[in-house]
Each structure stands twice: as structure tokens, then as C-alpha cells.
Design a protein around this ligand. Structure first.
Ligand SMILES: Nc1ncnc2c1ncn2[C@@H]1O[C@H](COP(=O)(O)OP(=O)(O)OP(=O)(O)O)[C@@H](O)[C@H]1O
Ligand SMILES: [Mg+2]
Length: 247
């Protein structure tokens, strides 16, 4: 059974940054191998992890039926092959990017096959970190059906905190399954919980709420495209993520 951690939240709040740091935290704690899943078609989790994804599995869901018929193999087998092709292997972790399905249309059937294939892949790793696109779409589409820890990320302002409550409601309405909920309030001014954070904690029944400071090193690393592995060991954001994922 793998232990899975998913980062969700609205756009631009720091999901990818924190997901990459979580992969590093698990890896450095010897909790390997980690499977990092980039479930955001616009994301750059690969760059944040210092690797490069060359093929995603996004388009596979559209072509799987025809290609499988042509190759005379089952759709499941074909998707397994596509996933194996797309998997980037690195030290202590592997990365798979979902990419974007091309074109319009409903690929519910293929999505289900893909979901199954991702579940099978995840099952091969003791630790899984999932970086989601903004909102809860991936979780609701059940690409990943159930996570151990759902980390909802937000900005520190009142609007950010209200978004956390909305995301929590939405997660429940959609039947998103998680064993534990944690709140990460990112880019706070002084690393302290903003007023109202405890109310959100109570409302969401979160088992942890952490304040992550606005950090120049993190901001600079994004500007200079420096990966999570180069953030200093004692960086306060990294320290908080280590505490959150490793306890
Ligand atoms: N604690 C922090 N201190 C300073 N800058 C931060 C911090 N956390 C994230 N950032 C910066 O905020 C920007 C957005 O972060 P990131 O890309 O991780 O957000 P995201 O939620 O994944 O966005 P998207 O919804 O577009 O995927 C990046 O430039 C990142 O470096
Ligand atoms: Mg992102």
C-alpha cells in the first residue's frame, strides 16, 4: 500500500513548489522510491524536480482504442506501455506527467482505463506525491481515487482562507476521499498563522495547519529556474514541509 500526499488549491498559491519540496523531503528521509505525479497540464513539476519530461500520457487516452486495435494488444497493456515510456526515473523518485488530452470530446471510458493504469503504477511505490491543477478537478475525476493526506494550499489573506473553506466543501460534495486533511497557508508575512486560520482549521476539521513564510530564496529559485534540490537545507519553507510530510 502506498502512502499518498496530494497538493490542491487555487491557481498560483504554491502547490507545485511545495509538492517538489515534499518529494525532496520524503527522498531525503529515505522514504523511497517516491512516485511524483504531475496532474497539471500546465505545470512544471519536472523543472522543479530538476528533471525533464519528454512525453506525457495525456493524448494516450484519445488514441488508446485505435492504437490498441492496430497493435493487437489490450488497451490496458497499451496504456501500461505509454506510462512506462513517459516515466522519468531519477535518484529516489520517478515522475509521470498526465499532460493534456488533446481535442474536445468525452474520454470518460479512456479516463477510466487511465485511472486504473495510474492506480496500478502508484501501487508499485511506497510513497506518492500528487501535484494537482488548480481546483479539485483531478481529484473529482478520480484520476487518483483516494489519498492519505490532502494538503489544501492557500494564500494568507482573508480571501485565501475563505477559498480553503470552499475547497473543503467542494471536496466533500464531490466525495473526494482522504484520511487526513492539512492546510498550508503559504507566503505569510512572518511565518505566523493569519487571523482566522484557526476558524478555518475548526471548520475543516484539519489535523494540521501550517503557516509558510514568504521566502526570498524560494521566490528567487523560481525566477532562476533552480530546482527544489538546491533550496538550502535550513530554508524555513522546506523545514515546514519536512515537518508536515515526515512528522
Ligand atoms: N513561500 C513562498 N515564498 C515565496 N515565493 C513562493 C512561495 N511559495 C511559492 N512561491 C512562488 O509563487 C509562485 C507560484 O508558485 P507555484 O507555481 O508553486 O504555484 P501553483 O499553485 O503550483 O500554481 P499553478 O496553479 O499555476 O500550478 C512561484 O513563483 C513560486 O516560486
Ligand atoms: Mg502548479
Amino acid at each position: 500500500m502506498s502512502y499518498s500526499i496530494a497538493f490542491s488549491g487555487k491557481g498560483g498559491v504554491g502547490k507545485t513548489t511545495l509538492a517538489a519540496l515534499a518529494v525532496r523531503a520524503l527522498t531525503e528521509a529515505g522514504k523511497t522510491p517516491v512516485l511524483a505525479i504531475d496532474a497539471d497540464p500546465n505545470s512544471c513539476l519536472d523543472a522543479q524536480l530538476g528533471v525533464e519530461v519528454t512525453s506525457t500520457i495525456g493524448s494516450a487516452r484519445e488514441t488508446v482504442r485505435e492504437e490498441a486495435e492496430e497493435a493487437k494488444i489490450s488497451k490496458q497493456e497499451l496504456l501500461r506501455m505509454k506510462i512506462a515510456q513517459g516515466l522519468v526515473e531519477s535518484k529516489g523518485f520517478d515522475l509521470i506527467a498526465m499532460g493534456r488530452p488533446e481535442g474536445a470530446g468525452c474520454y470518460c471510458y479512456a479516463n477510466n482505463v487511465l485511472k486504473e493504469a495510474i492506480r496500478e503504477l502508484s501501487g508499485q511505490y511506497p510513497y506518492v506525491v500528487l501535484d494537482n491543477e488548480a481546483g479539485l478537478e483531478n481529484l473529482s475525476r478520480r484520476i487518483v481515487q483516494e489519498v492519505d493526506v490532502l494538503i489544501l494550499v492557500s494564500d494568507a489573506g482573508g480571501a485565501g482562507l475563505r477559498t480553503l473553506c470552499r475547497l473543503y466543501d467542494l471536496a466533500n460534495e464531490m466525495g473526494v476521499k482522504y484520511k487526513k486533511l492539512a492546510l498550508a497557508i503559504n507566503r505569510t508575512r512572518d511565518g505566523k498563522l493569519p487571523p482566522g486560520a484557526r476558524d478555518v482549521e475548526a471548520y475543516t476539521k484539519a489535523s494540521a495547519v501550517v503557516a509558510l513564510p514568504y521566502d526570498e530564496e524560494i521566490a528567487k529559485s523560481a525566477e532562476e529556474s533552480v530546482s527544489a534540490w538546491h533550496i538550502s537545507e535550513n530554508n524555513p519553507v522546506y523545514a515546514a514541509i519536512k515537518q508536515l510530510v515526515n512528522g
